[in-house]
Design a protein around this ligand. Sequence first.
Ligand SMILES: Nc1nc2c(ncn2[C@@H]2O[C@H](COP(=O)(O)OP(=O)(O)OP(=O)(O)O)[C@@H](O)[C@H]2O)c(=O)[nH]1
Ligand SMILES: [Mg+2]
Length: 420
Amino acid sequence: MTVEAAAGERVLVTVVLPCLDEEVSVGQCVDEASAALDAAGYSGEILVVDNNSTDRSVEIARAHGARVVREERPGYGRALRTGIENAHGEIVVMADADLTYDLSKIARLVQPVADGKADIVLGERLSEAPSSTMPFLHRRVGTPMLTMLVRRAAQGLRVTDSQSGYRAFRRDAILELGLSSTGMEFASEMLILAGRARLRVSETSTGYRQRAGVSKLNTFSDGWRHVRQILLLAPHLMLVTPGLVLMAFGAALEAVGLVDPSGLAVGSLRWQPSFISGIALIIGVQALIAGFVLSERQRAVTGRVRHRRGHKRASLPATCLVVGLVAGVAGIAIDAVLFVLWIHTNHSFSRAIPLAALAQSFVIDGASLAGFGLIYPIVVRSAPGASGEDEPESDGPVSAGGPRAAGGPPAVFGRPPRRR
Ligand SMILES: Nc1nc2c(ncn2[C@@H]2O[C@H](COP(=O)(O)OP(=O)(O)OP(=O)(O)O)[C@@H](O)[C@H]2O)c(=O)[nH]1
Ligand SMILES: [Mg+2]
């Protein structure tokens, strides 16, 4: 794809800098990016996306030669999406306007994309960053944990720093992903959807510098936004799979309790595993249901295929309703049999406790599953904007990130792209 600048000249690279009150650093970032484009011989432009900064950021960015786009709707992800949409370059570099990313290294990111060897190149921070540049919690806990989840949600993407905000990518490839996040979770969403779309993602070390100005990142609320995004895109990771594991664990303990109803010897005591088994089964099913809710919600948003080749497959809520009713009835039946045996064996039936625990789990889990199967479709159909009709029945367009928010393009201010 070739993009023509206003004067008919091709723009190869747009450096997008989201900016919120960064007057201390934005000018220097624009200069650094500009010098790097010159040094590498790329035609390019610097695009600053501002969210109503209350300081002199806009004025300074323009004075240093950047084009400025103002985005009224707040958020880091929103600003970047607007920047990417408004970029004139076929390759976009995203970075911060706070001096943390060494913009003189832009060519390291851009060249593999320009050579057609990668669709996205990440500027990895951790291996060359002094420890003072990043809080311990971010470096040792948040980033590694989120990276591990992002890699798995992205179906095996090989990256070591999923939270880096320094990236170069093919603009058209990223636009095709239909990214929809508005906040800091944009970084995770991009990689997860890129991995699923089988885009080629590579990494190069670019270091990380001390931030100028005040950070806009909130460790816990922004960390939660990332986790929420991953939960939404990959409910199997943190809910469905752990739920199934917990259920298998509970079932195994229940079997142990049934085989030896007197319990297991723990020192001088005997431990009856049926109780913990019931807890594991119940929590496991709750996790499974939470995962189903999220995956059904995602399926409704993306309009994913419901059934293929004319074979109508039962929906997940309908399956849960049936399984839940069967489990509930089985639990009640076990309780009824126990009651009869209890009377006929003079209250000395040896497997009474593990069986009663099993019956209790069946009734509780059955009611939970049936409740989900019954209520979820009602909730979906009565949601504001829902048509009340069934999901699409054919292979429709899939936008894994969800529909884009309505609204026209933001006003574009400032100078035309730099010409080279
Ligand atoms: N336009 C716009 N820019 C934002 C918004 N929030 C953050 N930014 C900018 O996005 C970039 C990243 O934000 P930072 O505060 O640096 O977050 P961070 O890089 O995760 O955290 P630090 O390591 O502390 O720098 C900076 O250039 C911010 O000015 C926003 O709501 N709108
Ligand atoms: Mg930053």
